[in-house]
Design a protein around this ligand. Structure first.
Ligand SMILES: [Zn+2]
Length: 274
């Protein structure tokens, strides 16, 4: 059957139910199939819309013969979001399956591609992309010069007996500080610690002991909670400073941090390569 025949099938079956393939019989004489906002092109994933949602999508499994239903923000009903909706459908098909390591990686990739597609649609329309506030930033441990995953693994094994389960990324802010935050994975719904390292450390002139020093510092924030003292938040208390000095290259790292890092950050602001 060719697609043009499909497109003129009635969208209601004789018993009055929406047909499973969701083709709309509207006046579409040009032969171009306009994607329905109600379901994916293969007809298997149905879309619902919420006027309250802006920067999130949700899915529910087992709605239609085991296929999921996706809840999208209402503005995504517009035709220009058709391709993005297909990605959401593909995401939902994986998100309702068992979370194997492989499936988790696919889910994460689809979520990222989906929001990239949405941002692209906004910029094609000449509108600002959705604020990324609250949304998971891209996690990029591989820098130009250094891989943070390797450094974190070494620090985790040496100083924490491999007990930390955090993730790590180069900071997305130019010249930003290094920091630690707790994030919620939009796919699994689980909270996790995220360490973000200033890009000033991703430099040819940065020795590994300096990166390891700042990674160790941020790891300490995971295991030493903020103290509340006389109404003040003490982030780097006495215990913190004592444990920080156990780092074998503490003095060398601090020297690099004070002398070279500010120069690197100034250079980044002037768009020089480090
Ligand atoms: Zn700190």
């Amino acid at each position: 059957m060719n697609p043009f025949e499909k497109s003129v099938l009635p969208s209601m079956s004789p018993d009055g139910q929406m047909d499973l393939f969701g083709y709309v019989a509207a006046d579409n004489r040009s032969g171009v199939v306009i994607p329905s906002p109600d379901c994916s092109l293969n007809g298997l994933v149905h879309f619902k819309y919420s006027p309250l949602m802006k920067k999130s999508i949700r899915c529910k499994g087992g709605v239609l013969f085991g296929h999921p239903e996706v809840l999208l923000p209402a503005y995504m009903k517009a035709p220009e979001f058709a391709d993005a909706r297909e990605l959401a459908a593909e995401w939902a098909e994986h998100a309702v399956r068992r979370k194997t390591q492989k499936n988790k990686a696919i889910i994460k990739d689809l979520v990222n591609r989906f929001w990239q597609a949405v941002d692209q649609i906004f910029s094609d329309k000449g509108e600002a992309p959705l604020a990324s506030k609250g949304r998971l930033p891209p996690i990029r441990p591989q820098g130009v010069h250094h891989n943070l995953t390797d450094v974190l693994a070494a620090i985790n094994n040496t100083y924490f007996g491999g007990s930390l389960t955090c993730r790590i990324t180069w900071s997305n802010r130019v010249g930003g500080l290094s920091f630690h935050s707790v994030r919620r994975d939009p796919v699994t719904g689980e909270n996790f610690h995220l360490i973000s390292i200033s890009r000033g450390y991703d430099a040819a002139n940065c020795p590994l002991y300096a990166i390891a020093g700042v990674v160790y510092h941020e790891c300490l924030h995971i295991v030493i909670p903020v103290e509340e003292r006389q109404g003040r938040r003490v982030v780097h208390g006495r215990e913190f400073r004592q444990r920080e000095k156990r780092y074998i290259y503490y003095d060398e790292w601090i020297k690099w941090h004070k002398e070279v890092l500010p120069r690197n950050i100034r250079a980044m602001r002037h768009h020089k390569t480090l």
